[in-house]
Design a protein around this ligand. Structure first.
Ligand SMILES: Nc1nc2c([nH]c(=O)n2[C@H]2C[C@H](O)[C@@H](COP(=O)(O)OP(=O)(O)OP(=O)(O)O)O2)c(=O)[nH]1
Length: 132
């Protein structure tokens, strides 16, 4: 799984997060935009494609910021987070229940997917090199 850390244009202390749809797996939990890497695809191409499909935005995918593995009862997820920036488009919740721009401390107040908990801890603690 690849996921995007996308700063809000004009306020780089906030990042885009989305709430999963009701009814499916991890229903209504929060996550970073992204999805599965298909065979033959690079992480960067998969992330750009997922964000085009899910949000209708064009992104430039930058550095790998974080990676971790989590086992759910139904699925083992290897999650890789990439620093991204906007190229064009206004985000629309095409594949999500809701979208928000939040600071990392605000994110920790929401119910996130379990795989994201250590990621959020590192983000809040400043253990990710966001600007380089
Ligand atoms: N995009 C994204 N997915 C995440 C994050 N954290 C996390 O555990 N996941 C999990 C939730 C899903 O089980 C899976 C994402 O797969 P997906 O977005 O392609 O899955 P989906 O909702 O279309 O369908 P599915 O899980 O029901 O097969 O990874 C995250 O931060 N971003």
């Amino acid at each position: 799984m690849v996921a995007a850390l996308i700063p809000q244009p004009g306020d780089s202390s906030r990042y885009l997060v989305q709430q999963r749809l009701p009814g499916g797996s991890r229903a209504l939990l929060w996550e970073f935009p992204g999805g599965k890497v298909e065979s033959g695809e690079t992480d960067e191409a998969a992330l750009a494609r997922e964000c085009r499909e899910e949000l209708d935005v064009e992104l430039a995918v930058g550095r790998r910021l974080w990676e971790g593995k989590h086992t759910y009862p139904d699925l083992t997820v290897e999650l890789v987070l990439y620093a991204c920036r906007w190229v064009s488009g206004e985000p629309k919740p095409l594949g999500a229940h809701a979208l928000r721009f939040l600071t990392p401390p605000e994110m920790t107040a929401l119910p996130f997917c379990e795989a994201d908990i250590p990621l959020l801890e590192d983000l809040v603690a400043g253990r990710m090199e966001l600007s380089r």
